[in-house]
Design a protein around this ligand. Structure first.
Ligand code: NAP
Length: 283
């Protein structure tokens, strides 16, 4: 596990303006006027939907901690782009399915950027398309290890960090599920679909647990979104090809999912918890 911050010189005066805004917001928070606008931690924030969320959140004034697993160059590139938008930013390597990594990434984010107010549980994997009958036990284990166990570990850490009864400021958690949870993904990856269905249920239960703690918990279910994830399934063009059959006639862009995530994080969604928002072009 390693963590790095952009140097002071790369954090422009625009960052200072955001810092002043953040201080004003924190003062309002302390007076109980608003909640959920401190540091944002995004798991799998280096590429795809996580990257788009980091960029949009930065524009809306969040300092952003970007977790990644293997691709340090992609994380650095995203951090640089976030920094150019004037936000304070850090990258933190860690495997969401390893407890020590998850605890450490939350610690690093808090220490480097200040108290957390938002967590996006976004990191996830797919695997090559095939029928369940052909899937190895190793594949199934990895799928549930990362997508379910990893997401639950991150959600637990978010609960420990944000809950007012545990010293947190309250805040907002967004869990990235998938339309696969409702469609089942037959012949492609029923394992992935089931792993995402578990997250839909997590949203329901955790929202009820954490509401009294000042923490909102919601989920988004993206449909076919143009990111690099589809190459892993063996069909890089999958989103564009199948997206044409969606009611809106096209695949979605990561930026369109980011809009939903950042809205759910924001105070504009202050009475929304336990909800799933489909971002799927009607699929
Ligand atoms: P992506 O482009 O493949 O990006 C995945 C991100 O997750 C990367 O930052 C990756 O980091 C990180 N990651 C993977 N395994 C990790 C682990 N064990 N620990 C920490 N980070 C890990 O994927 P995406 O399309 O943006 O998908 C993001 C989320 O949306 C996933 O949960 C996915 O299931 C969901 N989703 C996507 C679609 C779609 O059509 N794209 C549709 C529905 C739902 P490294 O690169 O460093 O490994």
């Amino acid at each position: 596990m390693d963590a790095s911050t952009l140097t002071e010189s790369s954090v422009s005066h625009v960052g200072a303006r955001h810092e002043m805004r953040r201080r004003r917001i924190r003062a309002l928070e302390r007076r109980g006027k608003i909640t959920g606008v401190d540091t944002l931690l995004i798991t799998g924030g280096s590429r795809g939907i996580g990257r788009a969320t980091a960029l949009l959140a930065a524009q809306r004034g969040w300092p952003v901690a970007i977790n990644y697993h293997t691709d340090a160059a992609a994380a650095a590139a995203t951090a640089a782009a976030v920094g150019q938008r004037g936000a304070r930013v850090m990258t933190v390597r860690g495997d969401v399915s390893v407890e020590a990594d998850v605890i450490s990434m939350f610690d690093h984010a808090r220490r480097e950027l200040g108290p957390l107010g938002g967590v996006v549980i976004n990191a996830g994997i797919v695997a090559p398309s095939m029928h369940l009958a052909d899937m190895s036990a190793d594949r199934l284990r990895t799928m549930f290890q990362v997508n379910v166990f990893g997401a639950y570990l991150c959600a637990r850490e978010a609960a420990r960090t944000l809950s007012r009864g545990r010293g947190g400021n309250g805040g907002s958690v967004v869990i990235v599920s998938s339309m696969a949870a409702r469609l089942g993904s037959p012949g492609e990856y029923v394992d992935y679909a089931g792993s995402k269905a578990a997250l839909d249920t997590l949203v329901i239960g955790l929202a009820k647990e954490l509401g009294p703690q000042g923490v909102r918990v919601n989920g988004v279910r993206p449909g076919l979104i143009e990111t690099g994830i589809h190459a892993v399934s063996g069909d890089p063009d999958r989103a564009r090809r199948l997206g044409a059959a969606a009611p809106l006639g096209r695949a979605g862009l990561p930026e369109e999912v980011a809009e939903a995530i950042v809205w759910l994080l924001s105070d504009a969604a202050s009475y929304v918890t336990g909800s799933m928002l489909d971002v799927s072009g009607g699929r």
